[in-house]
Design a protein around this ligand. Sequence first.
Ligand SMILES: *Cc1c(COP(=O)(O)O)cnc(C)c1O
Length: 399
Amino acid sequence: MSPDGQFQAPNVYHCEAIPDAARAEIDRLLTSGDLFRYTAAEGSPVALLEEEFAQMMGSKYALAVASCSAALFLSLKALDLPRGARVLIPAFTFAAVPSAVVHADMVPVLVEVGSNYRVDMADFEAKLDGADAVLISHMRGHTSDMDAIMALCDARNIPVVEDAAHSLGTEWNGRKIGTIGKVGCFSFQSYKMVNAGEGGILITDDPEIAARCVIMSGAYESNWKKHPGMQNSYMLWQNKLPLYNMRMQNLSAAVIRPQLPQVAIRVAKGRAGHDRVADQLNQSPYLVVPPPLGPEERAPDSIQFNLKGDWTDAQAMRFQAEAKRRGITVQVFGLSEGNARAFWNWEFLGPAPDLPMTRAMLMRACDVRLPTRLTDQELDYIAHAVVSAALDAKAQTPA
Ligand SMILES: *Cc1c(COP(=O)(O)O)cnc(C)c1O
């Protein structure tokens, strides 16, 4: 509440406190100075995080690294493809994703994404012949048709990497997102489901990929011996692969580990909060929240919706301004200056490809953060602000 008793717009950029359990462990690490994951003979916080995360996901191997971008880069490198290999990625993703492909000396091929934020399967299939790998970004947790994607890729023996940076807790047909492709990559950057400021982790059941990623992440000399399983594979790759040094340090693991038991609660709260706001937005004649595909059980900490019907750019800009006036930041992906999720801003790739479907979606798709800590009152404030901003924008700006 403000001093005059008005309910104030919630700040959706503030984070939640890190569980108290992290304090004792951080204190212990500061006292010993033991911050490097490979100093201890065994049981370092990073190694324990890997063990716990692999168990939580039901995967054989986990490797904690500096960021999800590092995990994506290492995953692509570990596929052992030739320089210049072509990697299909959705055209709706975060700039770090095509960047990881470029970093791995590969060429990103952008696939159209529909107004429901999911990979357009016709364009995917058309571009699949000639592709060497597929990297699926489950953007904001929206899951594309993984059954169709896996069937098409398996038939051609094309490896699939999952960018599940923002999808921890999402399930597809009861399977955890990140366990469907050959490798799954997650982020611990502050705006994701688990917050360590920065950090990432990859999971796989493939011992060769795991071994190559471990070595390349910076397990120099015989440090790979501190990773469980398949020790022979490591011997094979030691000194044959570059050391990119993308390791995680112990303090990050100390911040992450006590958050893992909270993931299920955050997922449930995030889903309830999202659906509460979605129901209200869908009452508006001007807004629509695209439904998920049938097999998806989501873990949202934000909401995406489209401006419904005929909106001009001027009206959409007005809508952003009206929401801001109510204290809520709404980003129309394609209309917010320099947005890192608009493919035409990825100038490092060269001239932007022609992707009319994705472009049309980005020009009318809106993004609002809904951290899982928000109360019902705060969620309702946001929903009401967005709905009334749309109404005012339409009323004030002639088409
Ligand atoms: C956040 C995010 C990334 C990058 O994660 P970092 O840990 O910051 O490198 C990649 N892809 C998606 C879909 C993301 O949301």
